[in-house]
Design a protein around this ligand. Structure first.
Ligand SMILES: C[S@@+](CC[C@H](N)C(=O)[O-])C[C@H]1O[C@@H](n2cnc3c(N)ncnc32)[C@H](O)[C@@H]1O
Length: 219
């Protein structure tokens, strides 16, 4: 029964993702959010609904290039254990790398994308140092609770599949998990505009769906 349920879950949860998806979003994180986050001695970043990890490695690469990875802890969570296992392995079909490299360059990437993986047998394995600051863990946004005091929460292309009631639950969970002055990043088709939490946020970019939780920031 459990095996059946696992297989069912794998098919039901949509795991479409890519590295540096929406390059202009990553450009804004690099150019506008990281300089502010760098004023903190240490930051916590939560990728909720991380799927197979492509977004997580993108963030790790970006932080590495901004000389900030060592001062960050990244929490990568999903409710699909198969996806989480894949995320932790960090191995992707090599035929995806062309698109990922293009996204990386468009997002303001500073090096050669091939610096970050090695290839063998048609697969690309992300370099191990990229996950040294990452904790992969199971978390269900519908049933589980607050996840630490985050400086940035990225939950992109997940809530689009939730109804309004569930979205409201998750927005409250995120608001309770964010420090004042922390950033909430959603997918291009997602918004907090119709949520009760809206008044607690300033819109940093309506286009990139980046919101800043109001209130004093204490370094
Ligand atoms: C379309 S993927 C988005 C991946 C990535 N965030 C991106 O934008 O490329 C949606 C992910 O949300 C996860 N997800 C859906 N419902 C969830 C829940 N209740 N709790 C945690 N993760 C969930 C799915 O397992 C899937 O990995």
């Amino acid at each position: 029964m459990k095996r059946f349920f696992d297989r069912f879950l794998k098919h039901m949860s949509i795991t479409v993702t890519e590295m540096f998806r929406d390059p202009s979003f990553y450009r804004m994180v690099r150019e506008e959010l990281i300089p502010v986050l760098k004023t903190f001695p240490f930051v916590k970043i939560w990728h909720a609904g991380c799927a197979t990890g492509e977004e997580v490695y993108s963030m790790a690469i970006l932080l590495h290039e901004e000389d900030f990875l060592g001062r960050a802890r990244i929490y990568a969570t999903d409710f699909n254990k198969h996806s989480l296992d894949a995320a932790e392995k960090g191995v992707y079909p090599v035929d995806r790398i062309g698109l990922y490299g293009e996204n990386y360059r468009d997002s303001g990437g500073k090096r050669d994308f091939s610096d970050y993986y090695s290839t063998a047998y048609g697969l690309a394995k992300m370099k191990d140092f990229l996950k040294e600051r990452v904790t992969f863990s199971y978390h269900n946004l519908v049933t589980d609770g607050v996840f630490g005091e985050m400086n940035l929460i990225s939950c992109r292309n997940v809530l689009i599949y939730f109804d309004k009631t569930l979205q409201e639950r998750v927005f409250t969970l995120f608001t309770d998990s964010l420090r004042h002055g922390g950033y909430l990043c959603l997918g291009s088709k997602e918004t907090i505009n119709f949520s009760g939490v809206k008044k607690q946020y300033e819109v940093l970019s309506g286009r990139q769906k980046i919101y800043k939780k109001c209130g004093a920031t204490h370094v």
